[in-house]
Structures are given as structure tokens and as C-alpha cells.
Design a protein. Structure first.
Length: 260
């Protein structure tokens, strides 16, 4: 039970990778606060966990709103009394992304706000509680697209690249407080969002065969498309005592996509 007696805040926990992480962390004995803007899905995930004997409580929160994030962390303190682990899992791209010469600037700010600003806000307000709880771990979420050149996704890759730098600087900053900071870097993950994207945008440059040595990026995942549970297991490892001497690390879970 690697998360026994640990309190974990998972943002974006209502679906996809986040929901898989909620279930996994709870199965390992963790007490999980699920923060998401999607109330129905978030409560459904918590209900499923409860039915299987775990403990997960939903907190409705827009993680890009500082007042809401502050209230979310206060709720964690009130309900659980402490916080040991923060898993920053908010983010995502849209079909509106594109090259810098043509993408709407609003899409750039959307990506930065959703991916980077949400991570900063959650960390800003959670770190003091983690510190007073005796230290712990933060796991951020970047992307394999931040590791390689990807046509047609300039906003998303810029945002996820910022997460990599933020992770490393936070690791140095908070090591004296006994807080480790790492990131998982997923490849293309088999979620409902990806399926809809592929169905609605079959010609999007992200999957142009001219990219990645004339191979579609999804096809470059040599061991198959990443499953949400794959990423959740990586996050669990980074959050656990097994990774006690690991900080400032970016752990790729991309089925070999960045090995090309």
C-alpha cells in the first residue's frame, strides 16, 4: 500500500489520466481529493472509488481561477487535515492549435492558462500545506510533444515545454522543504478526447505523415498507444517513497515516441 495514510490532491481527476490516477492512488491506500470543473464526472469517479472501499472526495474547482484554487486547497485542509501529494493533471490541446504564423493568439493564451497557469496556481497554494504536513511530492504533467518538433501544435508544445522548466526550477526551490517535484511526459493517450480529436480532425498536421521521419506520430508509439493507467502508474511511482531520491526528473511514458 504505497499511498497508505497519504492525502493526495489530483487536479483534472474526473476523466482520462486523472480518473485512472484517482482509482490507482486510492487502491494503494491513499485518501484522494478530486478537483475538476466537471462535477458530474468527478462525483461519478468518487462514487466508484467509494463503492470499491476507497476514499475519494470531489471538490468542484476551476483550476485557472486563483480564488477557486485557494478555496480548493482550504477544502482539502478542512476535510483531510493535511496534504502530502499534489498531482497537477490539468491540460489539453484543441483543434484550434496551429503554427505561430496563423494560430489565433487567444488559443495561445488558452493553452498557457490551462496548462501552465493552473499548475502554478495549484502549486502556489498547495505547497504551504504540503510543507506544514512534513513535506511530500508534486507530480506535474508535460507531454512528449514538448520533447520533439511537432508541426501544427505550437501553442500546446510551448505550454508543455514551460511545464518541464517549471518542474526543474521548483525541484531546486523546494528540496530544502523536503518537497520533491517531478513530471510525467505522456505520449498519445487512449482517451475519449483523443478519439474525438482523431475522428473530427483526420488531416490535422499533428498526424501528418511528413512529420517524424515520414511516420504519423501515433504510429511512432512503438509499443502501442499509451493507456491512462500507464501514466497513472508512473505518477504513482514518482509520488511514492520508492522515488525518495528522485526530483527534477521528467519521466517519459510515450511508448518510445521520443526515441526516434
Amino acid at each position: 500500500m504505497r499511498m497508505k495514510d497519504k492525502v493526495i490532491l489530483i487536479t483534472g481527476g474526473a476523466s482520462g489520466i486523472g480518473a485512472a490516477a484517482v482509482k490507482l492512488f486510492c487502491s494503494e491506500g491513499g485518501r484522494v481529493a478530486v478537483a475538476d470543473i466537471n462535477d458530474d464526472s468527478g462525483m461519478a469517479v468518487c462514487q466508484e472509488v467509494t463503492e470499491h472501499g476507497g476514499e475519494a472526495q470531489f471538490i468542484s474547482c476551476d483550476m485557472t481561477d486563483e480564488g477557486a484554487v485557494k478555496q480548493c486547497v482550504n477544502e482539502v485542509r478542512s476535510r483531510f487535515g493535511r496534504l502530502d501529494i499534489l498531482y497537477n493533471n490539468i491540460g489539453g490541446s484543441t483543434p484550434a492549435d496551429g503554427p505561430v504564423t496563423s494560430v489565433e493568439l487567444g488559443e495561445f493564451w488558452r493553452a498557457m492558462r490551462l496548462d501552465v497557469f493552473s499548475t502554478i496556481l495549484a502549486s502556489r497554494h498547495a505547497i504551504p500545506l504540503i510543507h506544514t504536513s512534513g513535506g511530500g511530492a508534486i507530480v506535474n504533467t508535460t507531454s512528449y510533444t514538448a520533447m520533439v518538433g511537432v508541426a501544427g501544435r505550437d501553442c500546446y508544445t510551448a505550454a508543455k515545454g514551460a511545464i518541464i522548466s517549471l518542474t526543474r526550477s521548483m525541484a531546486v526551490e523546494y528540496a530544502p522543504s523536503n518537497i520533491r517535484v517531478n513530471a510525467v511526459s505522456p505520449g498519445a493517450v487512449d482517451t475519449e478526447r483523443l478519439r474525438r480529436f482523431l475522428e473530427n480532425n483526420p488531416d490535422h498536421p499533428t498526424f501528418d505523415p511528413r512529420n517524424r521521419h515520414r511516420r504519423p506520430q501515433v504510429a511512432s508509439h512503438m509499443m502501442g498507444i499509451v493507456q491512462p493507467e500507464d501514466v497513472a502508474h508512473a505518477a504513482l511511482f514518482l509520488a511514492s517513497e520508492e522515488a525518495a531520491r528522485i526530483t527534477g526528473t521528467i519521466l517519459s511514458v510515450d511508448s518510445g515516441a521520443t526515441a526516434w
